[in-house]
Design a protein around this ligand. Structure first.
Ligand SMILES: N[C@@H](CCC[C@H](N)C(=O)O)C(=O)O
Length: 275
């Protein structure tokens, strides 16, 4: 048996596995670890989640968010996950809650500020890597390739209605494997008002989720460039409210070029499992 917690950020849900010194899960082979991730994320035979956050100390002494998708694949970064991760660290007294929290990720060190229900993450600088396309059935849309540490394709569509061309998102939209050799998270977006958009997402390794933090950041970047807002139309100094099926995130693209993401992160359960 080993301990777990369950949490979510705008209903993007995770199983947290404390493993502070790496002795609980660290000895598993890569295959056995992937199988464990799939087992705990299974919504019928397991605890259920879009991914796993292993809570472990990094070699540099910072806490390391060891993020894994529900299918057992690894990703560089998880925006909703890191807010839940920070909430857990503060709730357990593992870090002080009244000062910025450094958390190490595969995409480098992130800094998080917890202010009541609001958790703000400095997500770093986005990389806009050009235009591509995504397809669902007979519909093809232009998409902006944005890297938030992990890969995103952001497409503006007419409607997010599941009965329309976007459909149920049960399978991944088609994408160019030459652009995304390791797969991609695909965001479908509709503008609602100036500085306000709505999106659905199909996540690499997890399917359609109720929210994606890095995806919302990528969407805000693509929307700012499309709308020509911010300083000289560069997007710098802009802000977007992003509505997702599971809640709302606020994304700021600072004058200094950094993305700040604000939203909730909650822990809903804890226990022990032998999965
Ligand atoms: N839901 C996450 C992103 C998780 C990783 C993604 N599926 C990938 O493979 O890159 C978020 O909130 O950012």
């Amino acid at each position: 048996m080993y301990p777990f917690l369950k949490g979510h950020g705008t209903e993007n849900d995770f199983v947290l596995l404390p493993d502070h010194d790496g002795t609980v899960h660290g000895g598993l082979s890569p295959e056995a670890w992937s199988a464990r991730v799939r087992a705990v994320c299974d919504r019928r035979a397991g605890i259920g989640g879009d991914g796993v956050l292993r809570v472990v100390r990094g070699e540099d002494g910072h806490w390391f968010m060891d993020y894994w998708n529900a299918d057992g694949s690894v990703s560089e970064m998880c925006g909703n996950g890191i807010r839940v991760f920070a909430r857990h660290l503060v709730a357990e007294g593992l870090v002080p809650g009244d000062e910025p929290i450094p958390v190490q990720t595969r995409d480098g060190l992130k800094t998080i500020v917890v202010d009541g229900e609001d958790i703000t993450v400095d997500m770093g600088e986005p990389q806009v890597l050009g235009q591509t396309a995504v397809s669902i059935g007979r519909s093809t849309w232009a998409a902006t390739h944005v890297d938030m540490g992990n890969p995103h394709a952001v497409a503006f569509v007419e409607s997010l209605d599941p009965t329309g061309p976007v459909g149920s998102l049960l399978t991944s939209p088609e994408f160019d494997p030459a652009v995304y050799p390791h797969g991609v998270n695909v965001e479908l977006v509709v503008p609602l008002a100036p500085g306000h958009v709505a999106m659905r997402v199909h996540e690499r390794g997890s399917g359609e989720t109720r929210s994606c933090g890095t995806g919302a950041c990528a969407v805000a970047v693509a929307a700012a460039l499309r709308d020509g807002v911010g300083r000289d139309g560069t997007g710098l100094g802009s802000a977007y409210t992003v509505d997702l099926p599971g809640g709302t995130l606020r994304i700021e693209w600072t004058e200094a070029g950094r993305i700040l993401m604000t939203g909730p992160g909650v822990i809903v359960a804890r226990g022990e499992t032998g999965l």
